[in-house]
Every structure is written in C-alpha cells, then in structure tokens.
Ligand binder design. Structure first.
Ligand code: SF4
Length: 209
C-alpha cells in the first residue's frame, strides 16, 4: 500500500473534532479539486506492508485512527487494513472523496465513513457517486465542502433530494468566509453543522497536522 504520511494530531473535522487521532494518509487521488490542500499526496510516499503500517501506528499511545488521502479507497489492500485495525481494537474512520463506491464497507462496527460531497467550485462535483448517500448510517458523516453561494445552494439541493441518515457538516473551504456560510445556514434554518478545520486553526495550513 502506498502511504504518504502517518502522524499523530488532533482530529480537526467533523463529529470527532478535537479527539487525538493517528492519521494514515495514503498516496494518490483520482480527483483534482480546484482548492486541494493535499497536492503533496498525489504522488509522494512510500510502499508499506500492512504489518509495517501497524507497527508505525503502535508507536503512538492512541486508539483512534483516521485513514485519509489522497483517496484511500484506491488502495486495493484497504479492506484488509481496515479489518485488521478494527480487529485490534482501534476506533477507525475513513475519509473518502465521494467518487468511490462505499457499499462494500457495509455491516461494520468501529468504522465511521466520512463521505465528502464536492460542490461545483471544486470542478469535481460531477464525479460524485450519489448512490453512496444512501449507504450512510447514523455512525457516519457527510461533509459538504463549500466555497461559494453556488456551492451552498447545490449542497442544499442534494440534501433535499436525498434522505441522509447521518450528521451533515457544511465545511467552508479554507480561506473562504465561514461567517457568510453560518448566516446562510441560519437564514435557511438548515439542520446541518458548520464544520471548521480546527487543525488549521491550531497549526495553519500545513502538512503533518
Ligand atoms: S479529493 Fe482531496 S486529495 Fe483529492 S484532489 Fe480533492 S481535495 Fe485533493
């Protein structure tokens, strides 16, 4: 499996925000979002066996693991890694960009799916696999990544068209105006969370946090 980095930090996004977490970032992504903050994960990294990944993870005194990317579901060994991590008692989450089928992750415990919904300003919204939305359960989360009012209206239309079973986060693209987003949410009375990227508030927009 190609790994870009493994590090220990604070979960900065979604329902587990604030929780100390080990991050396993895989290399490679099939999307090219206009605002991508992890371009370094497109290619750089090293090939590691599952045993090597586990031994790295074990170095940290932490039971929460977040698998991210890039796009982690492009790695063919990912189901095995998830299975072993869960079997070893880790509480796992996987952050996926919304373009890959997540149905094979059904019937799971101790694994939270964090599904992205890319909106028009990403340039990638037509790549979203919308059937994934019905695969989400109450232990998961949906993150709508929003930069503009067009993005906001698009995300709202998706929520209207689908019955989403999990908490929904409207997360402003870093550098866009979170206050505006908060005001749109309040004006429309949407039952969504405003999701800020706490790790970037703490340490800035940089690698390894
Ligand atoms: S899915 Fe994530 S890693 Fe891939 S291009 Fe978009 S923001 Fe970057």
């Amino acid at each position: 499996m190609k790994i870009n980095e493994i590090f220990h930090s604070i979960q900065g996004e979604g329902r587990l925000t604030g929780l100390p977490t080990i991050f396993i970032r895989t290399t490679g992504c099939n999307l090219r979002c206009s605002y991508c903050d992890t371009t370094y994960a497109y290619e750089k990294g090293m090939t590691m066996t599952i045993a090597e990944i586990l031994s790295n993870v074990k170095e940290y005194d932490c039971q929460d693991v977040c698998i991210t990317g890039g796009e982690p579901l492009l790695q063919k060994d990912m189901p095995d890694l998830l299975h072993i991590l869960v079997e070893k008692g880790y509480h796992c989450s996987i952050e996926t960009n919304g373009s890959q089928d997540i149905s094979f992750l059904k019937h799971r415990s101790h694994l939270m799916i964090s599904l992205d919904l890319k909106c028009p300003s990403s340039g990638m919204h037509t790549m979203m696999k919308q059937t994934n939305l019905s695969e989400l359960s109450s232990i998961d989360q949906l993150k709508c990544i929003i930069k503009t009012k067009v993005d906001y209206d698009y995300a709202k239309s998706i929520l209207t068209a689908h019955d989403i079973a999990c908490p929904i986060f409207f997360q402003p693209v870093w550098g866009s105006n979170p206050t505006k987003l908060a005001e749109w949410i309040l004006t429309d009375g949407l039952r969504v969370h405003l999701g800020l990227q706490v790790h970037k508030i703490l340490w800035g927009d940089r690698k390894g946090v």
